[in-house]
Design a protein around this ligand. Structure first.
Ligand code: FES
Ligand code: FES
Length: 165
């Protein structure tokens, strides 16, 4: 029998406690223990970005983080963006710009975009492409995703984005 480890963390602003096995990934803990299935398992080896979450505000692939590493940390998943009246501005922009088809990559894309826009309110198209290079989409095409992130920046930071460089 594997001894389980007790973990306390803040997930989407709420304190949570769970028991996990030492080798379980944060992705497994979020999906299988906490029921937060918005975070997707694409490759389970750090290549696709579908499992992106924020760990203390930093973008990580949750399939590469152990659940026990969440001890005492703050985690934001796609469910954590639901505190807006209606869709989060990044979600709204993905919808309007057709930045998704099957939607499997979309939670990871939106979390990665949030990580960028939290740091850089007015990223260039080139910067968005570089930042999003770790998030793969097999359906939509990246132009629409980049357009959606630019549109989200305009929504979130109209003063910054309207400013001349
Ligand atoms: S599932 Fe984690 S990077 Fe693909
Ligand atoms: S919308 Fe289907 S994988 Fe990206």
């Amino acid at each position: 029998m594997v001894n389980k480890i007790h973990v306390s963390a803040i997930v989407n602003g709420e304190p949570v406690e769970f028991l996990c096995e030492p080798q379980q990934s944060l992705l497994e803990c979020l999906r299988d223990i906490l029921g937060l299935t918005g975070t997707k398992n694409g490759c389970n080896d750090g290549n696709c970005g579908a499992c992106s979450v924020l760990l203390d505000g930093r973008l990580v692939n949750s399939c590469l983080v152990l659940g026990v590493e969440a001890q005492g940390r703050r985690i934001t998943t796609i469910e954590g963006l639901a505190d807006w009246p209606g869709l989060h501005p990044i979600q709204q922009s993905f919808v309007e710009q057709d930045g998704l088809q099957c939607g499997y990559c979309t939670p990871g894309m939106i979390i990665a975009a949030k990580a960028l826009l939290d740091r850089e309110p007015n990223p260039s198209e080139q910067r968005i492409r570089e930042w999003m290079a770790g998030n793969l989409c097999r359906c939509t095409g990246y132009d629409k995703i980049v357009r959606a992130i630019r549109a989200a920046a305009e929504r979130l930071y109209p003063a910054e984005v309207g400013r001349k460089e």
